[in-house]
Design a protein around this ligand. Sequence first.
Ligand code: 5AD
Ligand code: SF4
Length: 433
Amino acid sequence: MSKKLFIETLGCAMNVRDSEHMIAQLNQKEPYELTDKIEDADLIIINTCSVREKPVAKLFSEIGVFNKQKKPTAKIGVAGCTASHLGEEIIKRAPSVDFVLGARNVSKITEVVDKKHAVEIDIDYDESTYAFGEYRTNPFKAMVNISIGCDKSCTFCIVPATRGDEISIPSRLIVGEITKAVLGGAKEVMLLGQNVNHYGRRFSDVNEEACDFTGLLQKISKIEGLERIRFTSPHPLHMDDAFLEEFASNPKICKQIHVPLQSGSTALLKAMKRGYSKEWFLNRCEKIRTLCPEATISTDIIVGFPGESDEDFEDTMDVLEKVRFDQVFSFKYSPRPHTEAATFENQVDEKIASQRLTRLQDRHMQMLSEMMDEQLGKEHWVYFDELKPNGRVAGRSDDGKLVFVKGSEELLGKIKKVRITHTSRAALDGELV
Ligand code: 5AD
Ligand code: SF4
């Protein structure tokens, strides 16, 4: 009988792919069946995120709950970014944890799983050419890493400390992995990296043939049977014209782009060490709109960064008005260990940060309602990839909107034209044309 694995994945798409990698590696050792019941599991893995403080605080209470509910023989492992940053301290605070596996060490899962209190958190460990086993949560869409780590030093961000220096994965491995996924039925790929458009600046083999992100996109788009390419996340600083022209003109690249703003104030961007100004950000978004008016633009915004004045925040609101983002992921600044900004003296009052966050989110919700209402009667090519209850099937439009239609499994894995018949802020309903 196969063992049962409960795996909880927090954080970003990178973590989702890391969880898939761990499932694949474990299955190469012995068969594991996924379960969503703690009581049934033989192995429990929490794949953590440390980008903000809240989920880290939640981790320890969750370990306590899992420890009470689990079978006495079941093991608990903590993986991911919090594992990297807290390491052994996790076991000291929660001795029921059997192993700790850092974000850049997921290939070692089969080694640590049987070692009591193993801790593997080396942030210099190079997994850029590791041949992971194959496991995909969704056979219609493949997530493929193009780089590991991050070379930036944004002053708010813990990620360089948890995922280490950036190393690009050789393009032949990326193309090979996507080709395999396409042969397995995937028509779409999501390219993953902390900073995808910085691709190619460092490979672990210095003789690796030069290839930047635009070149990589061109290589990938030659893969036969692959119809859609998405990527996350690019950095506004590296959005040069060649990249934006490729984005706009390559028919396989989905017209959805994430442009993480963080702040609209040039002074704050400087304090964040983002490397661009408000003007550069607006200029890049204008360029996207000019080259590709149908593209949707999403963003990340932090409010209450140390030193944020009312004027700074108004600059952020101004960018919000000017760009009209389709999606905004907004966060209250959370001081993180190993980051420069945590030592800044001018921390913003919690209440003011909360008020700013509410104002930003309310305004974005208004804009989103207007934008989604405009979708009524429009037609989209939708790639269906998930069966939903009540005879519905879900998919994504080329520009990344969630669309539901009535239908059954035969729609899965197909790209069909849909006319929108009903709109809400979160999703669209439609009928096949
Ligand atoms: N506090 C709040 N938000 C943060 N992010 C990263 N670090 C912090 C922090 N210390 C946000 C950024 C990033 C997203 C993944 O999380 O907006 O783009
Ligand atoms: Fe992903 Fe960053 Fe969270 Fe790590 S800290 S899981 S890289 S969002």
